[in-house]
Design a protein around this ligand. Structure first.
Ligand SMILES: C[S@@+](CC[C@H](N)C(=O)[O-])C[C@H]1O[C@@H](n2cnc3c(N)ncnc32)[C@H](O)[C@@H]1O
Length: 324
């Protein structure tokens, strides 16, 4: 079998914002300065890869939440290396993250030229409307990250969603145009609807006319706490249900190593993260900190969860003292 040389592995198209830090310096990530085009929910990467190949002078970022789809996109990129044995294009980067988190934290204002979103989940049921991505706040966020005259192009199979987005546009700084378009994007979801008999889709083109100011959401510094005593037998975590929701899921304790680990789900502003917090015996007392080696966005929710564990540890030693 002939050995194929990969001058650059396709997996290098995958970026981890946990490793790179936030916001991402995109020119550095691509190794060049070029217009920045972003696709939200790039699915299997069909449109992203095709467009990036057709526009070699632009830098393309694909945002996708689902890991299986990210993997398929990377495999698609890899398939080009197999056939050509050369670097056919190096202008795609993929990030696995929620689109709102990405635009809040990874892109600075006035940095993006164009944003595509093809067949976003329409959440057609009334009770699910709250899950729709293109709310007024999200549109303002996109506006702030776009350059002046920058564009958002949304294509949907669901006309009520298109009209709902139009209803969300006031005070977002966009001019818009709605058009009925034929299938032409050749993506999995376009094929799905075309095969089901749909012949027309709804395209919304938004052009940035006025700038909206939305600052980059900064990382929160995560504290470590130290206490003198810890009694795991009296340790109990309650749920917090405020604007930040913290749900304790499990607590593991290793008696020999004198180390406990609490797993919590932390939800805030549409972002839910699984957070592990350690309570560990150190030379003087016990240290409470985010467990090393697992990745979380350092948000105010995570800081709140750490403080919550700290308070519960203090309560546990107080009640142990009272009982003795
Ligand atoms: C209906 S599919 C469309 C996929 C692709 N654009 C196509 O036309 O085949 C919607 C895609 O958006 C992704 N997605 C949904 N909400 C997202 C979010 N908030 N951030 C990032 N990706 C999201 C889903 O995982 C899914 O891949």
């Amino acid at each position: 079998m002939r050995k194929v040389e990969y001058p650059e592995n396709a997996w290098s198209s995958f970026l981890s914002h946990y490793e790179l830090g936030r916001p991402i310096f995109w020119e550095q990530a691509f190794g060049r300065r070029a217009p920045l085009v972003v696709e939200i929910g790039c699915g299997l990467g069909e449109f992203l890869v095709r467009t990036a190949r057709a526009e070699p002078n632009e830098n393309f970022v694909g945002i996708e939440q689902a890991w299986q789809r990210v993997k398929k996109t990377l495999r698609k990129i890899e398939s080009y290396y197999d056939k050509n044995q050369t670097v056919p294009f190096n202008n795609i980067r993929i990030i696995q993250v929620d689109a709102a988190v990405a635009f809040e934290r990874l892109f600075v204002p006035l940095s993006v030229n164009k944003i595509f979103c093809l067949f976003p989940c329409p959440w057609p049921k009334q009770k699910h409307i709250k899950y729709r991505l293109f709310s007024r706040d999200f549109l303002k966020l996109l506006n702030s990250r776009l350059m002046m005259q920058g564009e958002v192009q949304i294509v949907t199979d669901h006309e009520p969603y298109c009209d709902w987005i139009i209803g969300e546009l006031s005070s977002t700084g966009f001019d818009y145009q709605k058009q009925i378009v034929q299938p032409r994007f050749e993506t999995k979801f376009e094929r799905k609807w075309t095969q089901a008999g749909q012949k027309e889709f709804f395209q919304l083109s938004l052009v940035k006319a006025e700038h909206q100011d939305v600052a980059v959401t900064k990382d929160v510094e995560l504290k470590t706490y130290r206490v003198e005593e810890f009694d795991p037998d009296h340790f109990h975590l309650d749920e917090i249900a405020e604007d930040i929701v913290v749900v304790p899921k499990e607590f593991l304790y290793d008696v020999q190593r004198k180390k406990g680990m609490a797993r919590l789900l932390v939800s805030e502003k549409g972002l839910t993260q699984q957070v592990w917090i350690s309570i560990e015996k150190v030379v003087r007392g016990w240290l409470i900190a985010k467990t090393e080696g697992h990745t979380v966005l350092p948000t105010s929710g995570v800081a709140r969860a750490l403080h919550h564990v700290y308070q519960a540890v203090k309560c546990a030693s107080d009640s142990a003292t009272q009982k003795s």
